[in-house]
Structure formats: structure tokens, C-alpha cells
Design a binder for this molecule. Structure first.
Ligand SMILES: NC(=O)c1ccc[n+]([C@@H]2O[C@H](COP(=O)([O-])OP(=O)(O)OC[C@H]3O[C@@H](n4cnc5c(N)ncnc54)[C@H](OP(=O)(O)O)[C@@H]3O)[C@@H](O)[C@H]2O)c1
Length: 234
């Protein structure tokens, strides 16, 4: 797909990986709409990109948004969706574990309500994460959710073909998702990536490059692309 002139919706496109994706798409000449609950935070970072407000967990609002924006050619969702539980599963508050699936419900809403407005040769990209296939201790919630996202995409890709649906799975990426600052932040990334083949946190733009690859390559669908510094082999 030549993205120039194509209409792209990037949900979660106002921060981190989604923001970097919005920038790359806009730089390549796509008409980009970046969507999140509080999109104004990206006003200075995104030139020539339309910002729209929506919570992916609000189905009515999302349906209205898609109807007002469609038809579109590219649909990316990188929205985290809500909170996620961490720690040992056997000690975990079950409500916290269940709440971690907000990301999956958001993606499910995006797929169900967005696909009808996707052009005949359109493409969708979701973002999972390495813990889907290699959870570290304490990552049972994000691992379960990521695995569900990847399974959902493999199944739905078959329903929507020849329109395409892929997942990009990042490893540890330096984005505003981490609230840590200063040396604490550096130390956390160092610790999390020490055994990786490329022992550092990735950048949001490195993940956006993976997202652009699956958007642009017309022969790629139903798959998950890892952008993780070799974490799966570590
Ligand atoms: N960073 C990492 O190390 C890492 C690793 C593996 C996987 N991932 C995955 O990569 C994706 C992007 O993460 P990131 O690091 O770029 O996070 P981020 O910088 O926190 O960005 C998340 C984006 O999602 C939006 N969002 C969150 N909940 C939303 C909702 N309910 N409705 C609409 N928009 C919502 C946020 O904006 P608002 O707050 O304005 O809504 C923001 O634009 C996530 O799915 C995350 O799980 C990240």
C-alpha cells in the first residue's frame, strides 16, 4: 500500500507508539486522524494531523466516530485501554486481573465497529507485546491480554480478508506509558532489557517502523511482527 493520500485513523495516536505512527504516516502523505481520550496533549507534537476525542471502551462514541470518519484505508489501535495488574497471579486481586482486559475490549470494539468502514483494500494494525509469548514473572495480566489480542487478530483476519489485519508486538519501549523518571527510569529499562540481544529499551519510532511495514506490505496479513530487541531469544 502506498499510504500517500490514504486516510488513516490512529487510536492511541497521541502518545508513544501511536504518536510515532501518526507522525510517520503524516510524513508519508497520509491524511491522519489521531484519537484518544485526551488528544489535546499531542497538539504541539502533531503537525497536519487531525485530533479527535474518543474512549475506545465507549461503544456508542466509537461507533459515532467511525461513522463520521469513514470510509478510511488504515486503522491502527495502540490504545492501552486502562490499568493493568502486575505481580504474582496467585496473590493477584481477581478484579484487577479482569480489569487488565480493557485493552482487549477496546481492540474488540475497534475491530467490530471499525471494519465496516474500512475500504476494500484497507488494513488494520493492533499492538500486543512480548509478554504474550514470553512473560516475565509478574506479567501474567499483560501476557494473557497480549496473547488474547494476537489470537483475536489471527481469527478476525480470516473473516475480513482480503482486507488485512496484523499485530505488532513490542518489547520494552521507552514511552510515556512508564511513569518512572530520571535514574529510576533508566535503571528499570536497564534491568528489563539486560539479557536481550539488543540490551536497551526500543524507541516508539522503531515500533512505528514495524507498524508501517505491515501497513505497506500487501502480502502480510494475520501475523504478528516482533519489534523487541531479541527479547524472545533472551
Ligand atoms: N511501552 C512499552 O514498553 C510497551 C511494550 C509492549 C506493548 N506496549 C503496548 O503498546 C501500545 C502503546 O503503548 P505506548 O507505550 O505507546 O503507551 P502510551 O504512550 O501510554 O500511549 C497510549 C495511548 O493510548 C491512549 N489510550 C489509552 N486508553 C485509551 C482509551 N480507553 N481510549 C482511547 N485511547 C486510549 C492514550 O491517550 P489518552 O490517555 O489521551 O486516552 C495514548 O494516546 C499499548 O497497547 C501497550 O500495551 C507497550
Amino acid at each position: 500500500m502506498d499510504v500517500s493520500g490514504k486516510k488513516a485513523l490512529v487510536i492511541g495516536g497521541t502518545s508513544g507508539i501511536g504518536l510515532a505512527t501518526s507522525k510517520r504516516l503524516a510524513a508519508l502523505g497520509a491524511e491522519v486522524i489521531a484519537i484518544s481520550r485526551n488528544p489535546d496533549k499531542a497538539a504541539d507534537a502533531l503537525e497536519g494531523v487531525t485530533l479527535m476525542q474518543c474512549d475506545v471502551l465507549d461503544r456508542d462514541a466509537l461507533d459515532t466516530l467511525f461513522k463520521s470518519c469513514g470510509p478510511f484505508d488504515i486503522l491502527v489501535s495502540a490504545a492501552t485501554g486502562g490499568s493493568r495488574a502486575r505481580g504474582a497471579f496467585l496473590d493477584m486481586d481477581i478484579e484487577g486481573y479482569k480489569a487488565s482486559f480493557a485493552k482487549l475490549w477496546g481492540y474488540a470494539n475497534v475491530l467490530q465497529l471499525g471494519t465496516p468502514h474500512l475500504s476494500a483494500d484497507g488494513t488494520i494494525v493492533l499492538v500486543s507485546g512480548t509478554p504474550a509469548r514470553k512473560p516475565n514473572p509478574g506479567q501474567v495480566a499483560i501476557g494473557s491480554v497480549g496473547a488474547a489480542v494476537e489470537a483475536l487478530a489471527r481469527a478476525v483476519a480470516q473473516e475480513i480478508a482480503p482486507r488485512r489485519l496484523n499485530v505488532v508486538a513490542p518489547g520494552t519501549i521507552d514511552t510515556p506509558m512508564s511513569a518512572l523518571t530520571g535514574t529510576e527510569r533508566e535503571e528499570a529499562y536497564r534491568r528489563q532489557t539486560a539479557n536481550n540481544l539488543i540490551p536497551r529499551a526500543g524507541s516508539a519510532d522503531e515500533v512505528a517502523q514495524g507498524i508501517l511495514f505491515v501497513i505497506q506490505n500487501d502480502f502480510v496479513t494475520g501475523t504478528t511482527i516482533d519489534v523487541d530487541g531479541g527479547r524472545l531469544l533472551a
